[in-house]
Design a protein around this ligand. Structure first.
Ligand code: AMP
Length: 432
C-alpha cells in the first residue's frame, strides 16, 4: 500500500452508521483500493478505477456514496433514483445491491435492483416511490425507462461497473442511450478490470477530471494463487477432472467450461460417479442460477461448473480451487477466472487443462501474466502428445476449436482436425 494512505477504517472518517455496519462485517482494515479511493470519493472526485472483482472495489464505492447521500440529505421522488450503478450481469447486480444493503443497513435509504429474465412487476413496485440507490443491468433499465417506470433526471451519482465486460457483452449502445438521459452535473465512477483504448475513450466521455487508481493490474495474477497446468488429450479431460475431484480436499471448486453445452455434459458425467455438481450459464433460468449459487455458497454442492459470463462477478469466499477445463482463448479471462480463488487474502489453487489445440492459448496467457505456468505431469492422463504439439497461432486454434464445437452441435460437416505433429501419442503410465 502507498504511504500516507489510511490504514484503518477509523481514519476514513465515515459517518457513524457506516462505521457500525463495517464493524459487523468482520473486515479489519481497508483493502488498497478502499484506502486509495474512499478519501477521494468523499471529496466528490470522479474516479477511473482499474480494478477487478475481488479487490474490495464494491465497498470502495458503496461506502463513500452512502456517506455523501446521507450528508446531501435530498429526498428521493417517485420513480427517480439518486444513484445508478450499472453492471453487466444479473449476478453482479444482485451482489452489488446486497453490498449496499449490508453497508447501508443503519441508514434510512432505499436500495433496489433490477435485471432482465424475471417479471418486472416487483421491480416496478420497488421503484414506484423512488429509490436512493438503483443497481441495474442496462437492458432492463432501458425497458423500464421506456415504459416510464424509472427516471434518471435527478441522478446524483453514476457508477459504471466492469465497463470492459459491458462492452464485451455488446452493451455499448445501451450505455450510450442511458448516458444521454443523465443530468450533466453528476458524480461519476468508472470501473474496469482492463483498460484497452476503447474503454479509455468511453471513460473520457463520461468522467470529468478523474483521479485514476489502479490496483492489481490485470496482467498480474495474485501471488497467493498457485497456478498449474496439466497437459491432457481432449478425450481424457473428463476422466482427469473426475480423478482430481475425487480428492475431497478440494472443498469448493469452480470448473470453467468454454460452452454451456460442455458445462451440462460435465455435470452429467460427474453425476455418474456421485460427484454432485451444478452448472450456471446463460441457458439456465435466473432462479436455477441463483439456486445453484446458493447451494454452492452454503456448501451443499462443492463443484460449480460455469461459463465465463455466468461466473463474472460471482462473489464467493473460500473457493479453494479453480479448474480451467477449457483454456480461455482470451488471456484476460484467465486472470478473471483464477481471481475467483484467493479472495481477500486467502490462498487458492488454479489448475488448467490444456490439450494440443489449446497450447497457443497457454502461450498467450503466459505472455500476459509474464511467467510460465508449471506443468504437473504426475497424474494418470499426462499427454506427451500435448507436450510435443506443434504451436499454431491462437486465432487458428480458436477457429479449429469453434469449428469443433459447431460440429458437436451437428451443424457442420467439416470435420478437419488440427494437423498434429507426427509423433505417435505415447501412453503415459499412471504416476504417483
Ligand atoms: P469486491 O471486489 O467488491 O467484489 O469484494 C471482494 C470480497 O472482499 C467480498 O467478499 C467482500 O465482502 C470482501 N471485502 C471487501 N472489503 C474488504 C475488507 N476491507 N476486508 C476484507 N474483505 C473485504
Amino acid at each position: 500500500m502507498k504511504p500516507n494512505l489510511p490504514k484503518t477504517f477509523a481514519e476514513l472518517n465515515l459517518i457513524e452508521p457506516l462505521k457500525i455496519a463495517l464493524s459487523e462485517t468482520g473486515y479489519t482494515k481497508p483493502t488498497p483500493i478502499q484506502a486509495e479511493a474512499i478519501p477521494l470519493l468523499l471529496e466528490g472526485r470522479d474516479l477511473l478505477g482499474c480494478a477487478q472483482t475481488g479487490t474490495g472495489k464494491t465497498a470502495a464505492f458503496a461506502l463513500p456514496i452512502l456517506h455523501r447521500l446521507v450528508l446531501a440529505d435530498q429526498k428521493t421522488t417517485p420513480r427517480h433514483a439518486r444513484v445508478l450503478v450499472l453492471t453487466p450481469t444479473r449476478e453482479l447486480a444482485i451482489q452489488v445491491h446486497q453490498s449496499f444493503e449490508i453497508y447501508g443497513k443503519n441508514l434510512k435509504l432505499k436500495y433496489a435492483v433490477i435485471f432482465g429474465g424475471v417479471g418486472q412487476s416487483p421491480q416496478v413496485k420497488a421503484l414506484s416511490q423512488g429509490v436512493d440507490v438503483l443497481v441495474a443491468t442496462p437492458g432492463r433499465l432501458l425497458d423500464l425507462i421506456e415504459q416510464g417506470f424509472v427516471k434518471l433526471s435527478q441522478l446524483e451519482v453514476f457508477v459504471l461497473d466492469e465497463a470492459d465486460r459491458m462492452l464485451d457483452m455488446g452493451f455499448v449502445h445501451d450505455i450510450n442511450k442511458i448516458l444521454k438521459l443523465l443530468p450533466k452535473k453528476r458524480h461519476n465512477l468508472f470501473f474496469s478490470a482492463t483498460m484497452p483504448p476503447v474503454i479509455e475513450k468511453l471513460a473520457q466521455s463520461i468522467l470529468v477530471n478523474p483521479v485514476r487508481i489502479e490496483v492489481t493490474p490485470v496482467s498480474s495474477t495474485a501471488e497467493l494463487i498457485a497456478q498449474n497446468v496439466m497437459f491432457v488429450d481432449r478425450e481424457n479431460k473428463r476422466p482427469l477432472l473426475k480423478y482430481i475431484l475425487e480428492d475431497k480436499k478440494l472443498s469448493r471448486v469452480i470448473v470453467f467450461s468454454r460452452t454451456k453445452h460442455g458445462a451440462n455434459k460435465i455435470v452429467e458425467f460427474l453425476a455418474k460417479f456421485e460427484i454432485i455438481a451444478e452448472a450456471i450459464h446463460g441457458n439456465k433460468s435466473q432462479s436455477a442460477r441463483q439456486k445453484a449459487l446458493e447451494n454452492f455458497k452454503a456448501g451443499k454442492i462443492r463443484v460449480l461448473i460455469a461459463t465465463d459470463i455466468a461466473a463474472r462477478g460471482i462473489d464467493i469466499d473460500d473457493i479453494t480451487h479453480v479448474i480451467n477445463y477449457d483454456l480461455p482463448n482470451e488471456s484476460e479471462s484467465y486472470v478473471h477466472r483464477i481471481g475467483r480463488t484467493a479472495r481477500a487474502g486467502a490462498s487458492g489453487i488454479a489448475i488448467s487443462f490444456c490439450d494440443a489445440d489449446e497450447k497457443p492459448f497457454l502461450k498467450d496467457i503466459e505472455k500476459l501474466i509474464g511467467k510460465s505456468i508449471p506443468v504437473i505431469e504426475s497424474h494418470p492422463f499426462h499427454s506427451q502428445k500435448v507436450v510435443d504439439a506443434r504451436l499454431i497461432s491462437s486465432s487458428r486454434a480458436k477457429a479449429i476449436i469453434d469449428g469443433e464445437n459447431t460440429l458437436r452441435g451437428g451443424r457442420s460437416s467439416n470435420n478437419r482436425r488440427f494437423p498434429r505433429n507426427n509423433s505417435r501419442p505415447k501412453q503415459t503410465s499412471p504416476k504417483k
